[in-house]
Design a protein around this ligand. Structure first.
Ligand code: FAD
Length: 389
């Protein structure tokens, strides 16, 4: 293998280039990136950058020193076996890493709507979060909550419109999500409220009614960036379909990060996880597979969010598992500090969500990895350390 092309210069793309060199690959590495910036991390965009505590979040990686040719501003447009079509012509490869990430879903309408995916998005939004601005945020998910945090700190008049019955309901369920409602103190949080379109000067609601706004931010989720692969023979289904080695359906092609839907040996299902930890760690396995090793990508997925002064962390995968509360979140005073767990039928831990309780997260993640059975009674007592349950 002489030439590896990595498409997408986000964290997963950069980590792939690093992993290739770390494994001793001495051939040519070309890193194609649609954006013109140096590669950067996205989590700070909705935190330090939006809050005005930082202006950028560039990844600390010496691409030039590693002999990686980073082609900024060059996009892949199509894929035929052994060749990537780019905005600057065809590029032959021996190995290909697909790391094109995901892109925000927008709502219909002629009005201006911000999304938050890129550094440019973050800087443009930050400039409009000024004292007194009427900010309407569509979606009380991870991004919506973090944008609301920054908008409140900037002194904006903030409204959050959420289609579900509670913030975060679609990811952790309405019962758990409801425990975050008090965090929206001072915000006009409207649940079960669906936006139909973003119009000049505001938004229109499904079922009638409208709201005026100076700034509209749409945070209703992302979809994997794989349209450029549509005409190729590669298997696509909610992203690039891969096996547990992160190998795609074409020879010498692997996929990593937000765009990859891999087979999880641990959870017996296909997972596509749009979180930083996956972009950080999957490339090592993908590159090993590309170079002919048999590594398996089998993590306990992990992510965090910083919202309204709370550190929220989650590890695991809980569909089909039952919820076990560790104490009463509403009684957690003066600082909100609580966890919830999900158990499989056989009492193995499936997932843990913690709020300002990092120890539960660390111990929970280890227990999930170990596949250990727990005592549900002890688990419900927040005074008992998770590892002793
Ligand atoms: P991306 O970071 O999306 O990178 C893909 C790159 O590929 C992009 O630069 C894109 O321009 C480029 N590209 C796309 N198509 C092409 C093409 N055809 N040709 C060339 N280049 C192309 N996760 C957490 O766990 N915790 C957090 O707190 C957290 N906060 C976040 C906050 C924000 C605002 C955002 C946007 C994400 C956050 N995430 C968080 C998620 C995390 O940042 C992503 O999971 C991670 O960035 C995924 O990395 P990636 O390299 O797979 O994709």
């Amino acid at each position: 293998m002489n030439h590896v092309v990595v498409v997408g210069a986000g964290l997963a793309g950069v980590r792939s280039a690093e992993a290739l060199r770390a494994r001793g690959f001495g051939g040519t590495i070309t890193l194609l990136g649609e954006e013109r910036h140096r590669p950067y991390d996205r989590p700070p965009l909705s935190k330090a950058v939006l809050l005005g505590d930082a202006d950028s979040s560039f990844v600390d990686s010496d691409l030039e020193g590693m002999g990686v040719e980073h082609r900024a501003g060059v996009s892949a447009k199509g894929l035929a076996e052994g060749v990537v079509e780019t905005t600057e012509g065809e590029m032959a490869y021996d190995g290909l890493v697909i790391a094109t990430g995901a892109e925000p879903i927008r709502l219909p309408g002629e009005g201006r709507q911000h999304v938050l995916r890129t550094l440019d998005d973050a800087l443009a939004l930050r400039a409009e979060l000024v004292h007194g601005a009427r900010v309407v945020i569509i979606g009380a998910g991870w991004i919506g909550a973090e944008v609301a945090t920054a908008a409140m700190r900037a002194g904006c008049a903030v409204t959050v419109l959420e289609a579900g019955p509670a913030p975060l309901a679609h990811v952790v369920g309405a019962e758990v999500g409801a425990h975050t409602i008090p965090w929206y103190d001072g915000i006009d949080l409207r649940l079960n409220t669906m936006v139909g379109s973003v119009d000049p000067g505001g938004v229109s609601l499904v079922g009638g009614g409208s709201l005026e706004a100076d700034v509209v931010v749409t945070g209703i989720g992302v979809r994997p960036t794989v349209e450029w692969l549509a005409g190729s023979d590669i298997d696509l289904h909610n992203g690039v379909v891969t096996d547990e080695h992160l190998r795609a359906s074409l020879p010498n092609v692997v996929a990593v990060g937000d765009c990859a839907a891999w087979w999880s040996r641990r959870f017996h299902t296909r997972l596509r996880v749009e979180h930083w930890d996956t972009a950080l760690n999957a490339p090592e396995v993908a590159v090993a597979s590309l170079l002919g090793d048999e590594s398996v990508y089998d993590p306990v997925p992990y992510f965090w969010s910083e919202q309204f002064g709370h550190m929220v962390q989650y590890a695991g995968h809980h569909p089909g598992a039952r919820l076990v509360r560790r104490g009463d979140p509403s009684a957690a005073a003066p600082v909100s500090r609580w966890s919830v767990c999900w158990l499989h039928d056989d009492d193995r831990l499936a997932a843990v969500l913690t709020v300002n309780r990092p120890r539960d997260l660390v111990q929970g993640r280890r227990l999930i990895e170990a596949g250990q059975r727990l005592d549900p009674g002890r688990l419900a007592d927040p005074e008992v350390a998770l590892r002793d349950c």
